[in-house]
Design a binder for this molecule. Structure first.
Ligand SMILES: Nc1ncnc2c1ncn2[C@@H]1O[C@H](COP(=O)(O)OP(=O)(O)OP(=O)(O)O)[C@@H](O)[C@H]1O
Ligand SMILES: [Mg+2]
Length: 268
């Protein structure tokens, strides 16, 4: 993201001086952050980021398959803003979101934004081994600009926007004009953005999903009840569900996989 240093020059008007001072201050903060990032070695990422650690392995290949299946479901074009949803906690939303963003960036050679919208319990920064001091919650509460909270991964072409300071009741943030502005900004800068949602039991997940270009539903094999998965599709009424991921299906036999496919047809 470019820094408009030329906006920081003298002027007679006091108000403009104040504005320019603020612009200069923010430019310095951003420049320092980018400088720190570019000098820092790549942080130690969690082993579940298989697309980063073993890009040629079977698990990364499964995420590549998922990415291209999603692309096919939208006629081959870039995914725009894709939300990753699931019914309950611990079903693998963050793992799927992060690996999907990593393979998308690798396959297209373009930067992909990865956004942690689970503001009650932000987690993506930990997967990438970076501090979670500031992020989306700070942008939405007007405490920071988007440029100041983006973490550009040194090896992966992924621009991580962490959750930031946790919030207990974040729903109203996602109906605010600031969130609409945030979405417009990421749409303008990235052909593909992946958003990690809270569980669908939280109203914010539904509010965000309805504003995205598409949604993928994660169902955890042996954990998510079939009825709960069907209820989730109902809760996503109004959003564009592109398909579902059966996460952790490696141990399943072929007949069980066929049954799962019938229960959750990709696309609607
Ligand atoms: N396919 C898988 N195989 C093995 N472990 C997995 C798999 N998918 C996810 N996990 C593990 O399960 C745990 C929960 O995954 P993750 O954090 O991605 O889920 P989540 O839905 O985002 O959870 P939360 O609701 O807490 O945000 C993590 O420890 C993760 O490493
Ligand atoms: Mg999560």
């Amino acid at each position: 993201m470019a820094i408009r240093a030329e906006r920081v020059s003298g002027d007679d008007s006091m108000q403009l001086d104040d504005e320019r001072h603020e612009t200069a201050r923010q430019a310095v903060v951003i420049a320092e952050r980018i400088d720190r990032q570019s000098r820092a070695p790549a942080p130690k990422a969690h082993e579940s980021l298989v697309a980063l650690h073993q890009p040629a392995g079977a698990a990364a290949e499964a995420f590549r398959g998922l990415y291209y299946a999603l692309r096919r479901s939208v006629g081959g074009s870039p995914l725009g803003v894709l939300a990753v949803a699931s019914a309950a906690r611990g079903e693998g939303r963050s793992t799927v979101a992060a690996n999907l963003a990593l393979v998308a960036a690798r396959e297209t050679g373009r930067p992909v934004a990865l956004v942690d919208a689970d503001l009650r319990a932000p987690a993506l920064h930990r997967l990438f081994g970076v501090d979670g001091e500031v992020g989306l919650s700070d942008v939405l509460a007007n405490r920071a600009d988007l440029e100041a909270v983006v973490y550009e991964h040194p090896n992966a072409h992924v621009a991580l926007i962490g959750g930031g300071r946790p919030e207990a009741e974040p729903a109203r943030r996602f109906t605010s004009p600031r969130f609409a502005r945030f979405l417009a900004q990421v749409r303008g800068e990235f052909a593909e953005t992946v958003i990690d949602l809270p569980p669908l039991a939280c109203v914010d997940a539904r509010l965000i999903a309805a504003q995205c270009s598409g949604v993928v539903l994660v169902v955890r094999s042996g954990q998510t009840e079939a009825q709960l998965a069907r209820d989730s599709l109902e809760e996503l009424e109004g959003a564009r569900v592109l398909g579902a991921v059966l996460n952790g299906a490696a141990g399943l036999e072929a007949p069980q996989l066929r049954a799962a496919r019938r229960a959750l047809p990709p696309g609607r």
